[in-house]
Design a binder for this molecule. Structure first.
Ligand SMILES: [Zn+2]
Length: 415
């Protein structure tokens, strides 16, 4: 195998990914005029359905342009050997590999953010604004972008430096230790996400005593689910779209409700959404997902350890000397086709877990409010009622609304 061959492979992978996502998005578009499933009749009136179709078209257009821009940029970077040129540039700035890693990570992130910014700005202040979802002020938008940038930079550069240090100190077996570091990292952030990350972007406060709180506490008690507290997060600071989730582990877990969820749903419906979340908790879905990501990271790091010392990877990117950073960039590009296989696989596992969580909520008598709650949330979010099956199979982490309703109704019949 030559460096030239790897370069062609990398470019081929980038084009393949763009082609697959382009075809899927096109297929999805062809189903826009498909008849609405019977269980969803009447969800939108005619005017609202037209609005939904316009919303989808606007999003698709931005998505397509974004995908073309990022594909062209990546191909140009690969074909012109710009990654190698950057590597040499940073090597002339500092002799320290750690310094080179920090500079490279800074460049990649700055560049990525600059390319993405016009799209996220347009999405937030033009599309979401036009369709009445946006609550983000310009100040919040820029502050969030800055905070997200710093957070992501510190974590990425820090993690790559640690992995390099392990590689430099231990040699071949470094991947096992690096996986260990990632495990600590993943576990730490899933435990302290609410305390460390959320406060950077949102305010959360305990849910006040009252009808809703008593209803939630009563329902959770009947499902024998213990928790530390119920929090309300100011999702309305960003968008009118709603959500709820559990965070933390064991009796320390907390329930987090978006203020928008409380506004849009009745008490019964909020409780049903939470019963679904309890279902996830009972089925250990968070732990399973965490385990899957740890195994995936471990496998990736192992394969990376087999390739890291080969001069072919840096050479393929236009590098003129061995380089840990270039090997890592090339390796992450080589992973593209794997994600084309892994994503649909992971999504089908996630969708199964969603059905199971719905089944759990239904078994505790929350089937009907769950259906009406899901319908309200979908209608409010202008969800697509007729996604193409291939698109769903590939990229939906949840079953479609129609699939969920049919499954809940079938489970109700079995009770
Ligand atoms: Zn769920």
């Amino acid at each position: 195998m030559t460096a030239q061959f790897i370069l062609y492979l990398l470019i081929g992978f980038v084009l393949l990914e763009a082609l697959v996502s382009g075809v899927l998005s096109w297929l999805n578009g062809t189903w826009m005029s498909h008849p609405i499933p019977a269980v969803l009749e009447g969800l939108y009136d005619e005017e609202k359905y037209e609005k939904q179709q316009a919303y989808m078209k606007a999003n698709r257009r931005v998505g397509r342009i974004g995908s073309i821009v990022s594909t062209v940029i990546t191909v140009v970077f690969l074909a012109c050997g710009l990654f190698g040129w950057l590597d040499n540039l940073f090597k002339s700035v500092t002799d320290s590999v750690y310094g080179q890693i920090c500079l490279f990570a800074l460049f990649l992130q700055l560049f990525g953010t600059l390319v993405e910014l016009p799209f996220s700005y347009y999405s937030t202040f033009v599309i979401e604004e036009r369709f009445g979802f946006n609550k983000t002020t310009h100040r919040t938008f820029w502050l969030d972008t800055l905070k997200g940038f710093i957070l992501s930079y510190v974590l990425t550069a820090g993690l790559v430096c640690v992995i390099y240090w392990l590689y430099d100190t231990i040699g071949d077996g470094f991947w096992l230790w690096a996986t260990g570091v990632c495990v600590v990292f993943i576990v730490f952030f899933s435990i302290f996400y609410s305390n460390l990350i959320v406060p950077l972007f949102n305010k959360q406060k305990p849910l006040e005593q009252g009808e809703l709180r008593s209803a939630i506490e009563g329902a959770l008690q009947s499902m024998n689910c213990r928790f530390k507290d119920i929090y309300v997060i100011d999702g309305s600071k960003h968008s009118t779209k709603a959500n709820a989730y559990f965070t933390g582990f064991g009796p320390k877990k907390r329930i987090v409700l978006y203020d928008t969820l409380i506004e849009q749903l009745t008490i019964e419906e909020v409780v049903a959404v939470l019963a679904h979340e309890v279902g996830h908790y009972r089925h250990h879905d968070t732990l399973k997902n965490m385990f899957t990501s740890i195994v995936t990271v471990g496998v990736y790091l192992y394969v990376f350890s087999l390739m890291v010392s080969s001069p072919l990877l840096p050479e393929a990117l236009g590098g003129t000397a061995p380089s840990f950073v270039l090997s890592m960039v090339a390796f992450s590009q080589l992973l593209t086709p794997i994600s084309l296989v892994l994503d649909p696989l992971m999504n089908s596992v996630l969708r199964r877990a969603e059905y199971a969580a719905d089944r759990y909520a239904t078994a505790y008598g929350h089937g009907n409010p769950l259906i009406s709650g899901l319908k309200k949330l979908s209608a409010h979010a202008l969800s697509n009622l007729t996604p193409h099956p291939a698109f769903v199979w590939f990229s939906y982490s949840h079953p479609t609304l129609a699939q969920r309703i049919i499954s809940i109704q079938e489970n109700q019949k079995k009770l």
